[in-house]
Design a protein around this ligand. Sequence first.
Ligand SMILES: NC(=O)C1=CN([C@@H]2O[C@H](COP(=O)(O)OP(=O)(O)OC[C@H]3O[C@@H](n4cnc5c(N)ncnc54)[C@H](O)[C@@H]3O)[C@@H](O)[C@H]2O)C=CC1
Ligand SMILES: CC(C)(CO)C(=O)C(=O)O
Length: 309
Amino acid sequence: MDIVVFGAGALGSLVGGLLAREHQVTLVARDPHARRVAGQGLRVVGELDAHTRPRATTEPTHEDLSCDLALVTVKAYDTEVAAEVLAAGDPDLVCSLSNGLCEGTLAERLGDRVLAGSATYGAELVGPGEVRCTGVGRIHVGEFADDRLDSDEDDAASDRAERVAAAFRECGLDCTADPAMPRRRWEKLAVNAGINAVTALARVPNGALADGPGREVARRAARETARVARAEGVDLPDERAVDAVDTVVAETAANRSSMRRDVESGNRTEVDAINGAVVDRGRDRGVDTPTNRTMADLLRTWERNRIGE
Ligand SMILES: NC(=O)C1=CN([C@@H]2O[C@H](COP(=O)(O)OP(=O)(O)OC[C@H]3O[C@@H](n4cnc5c(N)ncnc54)[C@H](O)[C@@H]3O)[C@@H](O)[C@H]2O)C=CC1
Ligand SMILES: CC(C)(CO)C(=O)C(=O)O
């Protein structure tokens, strides 16, 4: 496959670097990372080990963007720009692995070429040209557009999702084509809504939510997310969302969540696409989301002061 990875920071470099084992991959990244990858290739260290030679550029051409698959791995708040740039090319398929509900923004410009995706691999950029795998996880891809989804969730995944998953597996990535991506996206949103904001605000590792008051706040945020999902027609029971939070807390106990890392390094967070999205969609559907609203307000207060508005 001819694959473009748009926004090759930590996750995009890990996935793109591994995909370059078998496919023609172009990383769209920023310098000095792009320059180093173009010159010396990309090193994957940590829990996985690889040295591959994807192409890398800061300014993709129309030809670069006319590929079989464009993987979007920018932070959620950069999705609109990613959609705009990709729409100037001609990718056959586009799939976001970002957290938050980013597919709608992509579909506005790229239509039914958009697949939904989610990733639980852990990645950190060590420096230019080098990415560390901090956790071997799983990738799921599947249909996003309503008119392409089968009503029976037990049905097989679509052919095009199967094709993408097979291309990932060829390179050693654990990837499954999922016929029930809407539920998976909302379940992941519940996990992020529960864990990320609480750990960022309380400055604790994920494992601190295994018991005590932090656990209760995370569970409340996840239950609210499940209620909004159901109001949108997605079958996500409260217990399933809460179990997902508990499982990820146990599996990533020693991790600093991405939102905590953002806050501790003074960077913008993805709160708008996570807790903010739960609040906004809840408001549209008449579902109250007080826990998510409070956490989103607190994080936005921090963000506004960080950038001196
Ligand atoms: N890092 C991880 O372990 C995981 C991350 N995610 C999600 O994946 C997304 C990406 O996360 P990270 O890779 O950690 O973030 P990151 O900040 O390391 O990577 C995003 C990259 O996109 C680049 N970028 C943005 N706009 C660009 C443009 N117009 N042209 C070229 N490059 C551009 C940025 O420079 C940055 O390097 C987030 O939504 C995150 O929540 C999901 C699962 C795991
Ligand atoms: C799953 C979790 C919570 C792991 O830390 C994550 O996705 C994140 O930190 O953004």
